[in-house]
Ligand binder design. Sequence first.
Ligand code: NAD
Length: 341
Amino acid sequence: MHQPGTVATFSDLRARSNLVQLPAMKILVTGGAGFIGANLVRTLVDQPDINDVVVIDDLSFGSRLNLDGLDVTFIEGSILDEDVLMTAMTGVSSVVHLAARSSVPRSIIYPMAAHTDNATGTALVLEAARAQGGVQVIVASSSSVYGANNTLPKHEGLATRPVSPYAASKLATESYTLAWGHSYDMPVLALRFFNVFGPLQPPLHTYAAVIPAFLSAAMQDQPLPVHGDGTQCRDFTYVDTVVAVIVDAIHRRVSHLEPLNLAFGKKITLLEVISELEVILDRNLAIEYQPLRMGDVARSQADSSTLRRLFPDVTPSNFVDGLRATADWFRLSRPWQNGHD
Ligand code: NAD
């Protein structure tokens, strides 16, 4: 059995196998046409020991444009379709399961859709991986599982208190994954992402994450929408850092039978984000204060000690550098105009 915290490393295996060549890897990314998925796929295709990247995405939210020009096998289909999923899983050594209905406010309007895609969808991915055999399963959970538990920083041992259907469905995502790991001796990793931001994050729809919403407004000379007084804080994580952890986890085949925070312990308020943007864009930005949204948590900051222990070689990107790169992508791609939704 895999013990919590034990890590079987790819380099150990390589050393043990002496001069025997390990087989090249085939990786499946569910939701790979979405924001984090497409950033991950762009890195995976450049890894010398990965020879095949398969993406399954129903394009309900992601865009095929995000994968333009990349050498990937793209399957347009839903993880809820077991036949499609089994085909996608064939010969895979790791699956990174990112497909989900990924918005708190949307889940409050459509709770059953969040449940079906995020909870049932994860169970189906796990079953397909179990049927294939020997597949490492890495899934995206969320800091939203801490919900009404106000303790800071959030460490993985805290009680989870979801306050939205999305958060409950993400708790199901990680619980199923860890239960499959225990029950079937599968290598698993359930990563609690905090607020991830970066290029390719869509700004167009009503439920846009806060940084693309701010950038989109700023670049159209509109006031920045702030729900509440702007003092709520988040552990913003640049997408490259998330990608670096996942790629390292694949290479070293990291397995951990407890949920794992994927953020490095920053506590940044929305008002601080806006002042950094003022420096980056070199102008003052107007703010439009709006009512707090249901399901949003007030303060979020990760305890990153287990992450740092399991991934000692990953250094997080600097927040301001990430914000600058994101602003550059917005300037260049003008995603509020060209269908990046
Ligand atoms: P995203 O919405 O950009 O990507 C999700 C992708 O999944 C989309 O491309 C969508 O088309 C696809 N998808 C949805 N339902 C599907 C289905 N049934 N079958 C196949 N594809 C389907 O979201 P993201 O921001 O890239 O998030 C990726 C994952 O990380 C999600 O699981 C999300 O819940 C989790 N997460 C993200 C953040 C964040 O800050 N972005 C924070 C916490 C957790």
